[in-house]
Design a protein around this ligand. Structure first.
Ligand SMILES: Cc1cc2nc3c(=O)[nH]c(=O)nc-3n(C[C@H](O)[C@H](O)[C@H](O)COP(=O)(O)O)c2cc1C
Length: 190
């Protein structure tokens, strides 16, 4: 059976560019025969208010996170951190992240590739119970990496992205085994 590992995108603004990187990460993910993935675009979801009370959730996102065996979050650095939109989406759920792996792809229009965004996101995802991989993807100079139609201009990136997926898949299989076979007070018993 395939592992369902969605790619979470981080922004919604009209002229956004990080969505191109998210779509590419999903495209590469779907080349692995043991993976099923899709882009979860915050633009398609609705999270009123804040928190994770029933009225602050989108049931479709709840279903995505329940089913997910891991996550690949692709987002830009905003003011040396992550975009509020991404945090709002993540915050809408609580228990569905526990003991699941997460990989990061960070985006910037400068040369640092959004690494500070990843450093900032490590703290909240750890509190959510996710386990971070150490094989991050960076997409620096995003305006040079994709054209205005979102076409990739440097094919080498597909290979880099594969490396990040390989580690995420290993972690997803390992943690799935743990969730299904090892006792934990944080999820239902095997
Ligand atoms: C509000 C805002 C803050 C930003 N802050 C940073 C930053 O701290 N470091 C950086 O490298 N790029 C920064 N950028 C540039 C973004 O990384 C770049 O514009 C990227 O395309 C944004 O992703 P998006 O197109 O999906 O919105 C910022 C952009 C915005 C809109």
């Amino acid at each position: 059976m395939k592992l369902y590992i969605p790619v979470l995108a981080g922004t919604t603004r009209e002229q956004r560019k990080s969505i191109y990187a998210a779509r590419l990460v999903a495209e590469v993910g779907n080349t692995f025969e043991d993976v099923e993935t899709e882009v979860i675009d915050p633009k398609d979801y609705y999270f009123p208010g804040d928190g994770n009370d029933p009225e602050g959730k989108d049931p479709r996102y709840t279903a995505v996170t329940e089913r997910a065996e891991g996550f690949f979050i692709v987002f830009p650095e905003y003011n040396h951190s992550f975009p509020g939109t991404l945090k709002r989406m993540l915050d809408s759920e609580l228990k569905n992240y526990i003991h699941k792996p997460v990989a990061f792809g960070s985006v910037s229009n400068g040369q640092w590739g959004g690494v500070r965004g990843i450093e900032a996101l490590i703290h909240p995802v750890r509190e959510m119970g996710m386990v971070a991989t150490f094989t991050d993807m960076q997409f620096p100079k995003i305006n040079d990496l994709f054209d205005d139609n979102g076409t990739l201009l440097n094919e080498d990136y597909r290979e880099y992205i594969k490396g990040a997926w390989i580690e995420l898949i290993w972690m997803a299989k390992t943690l799935k085994y743990g969730r299904e076979n090892l006792e934990s007070k944080f999820h239902s018993q095997p």
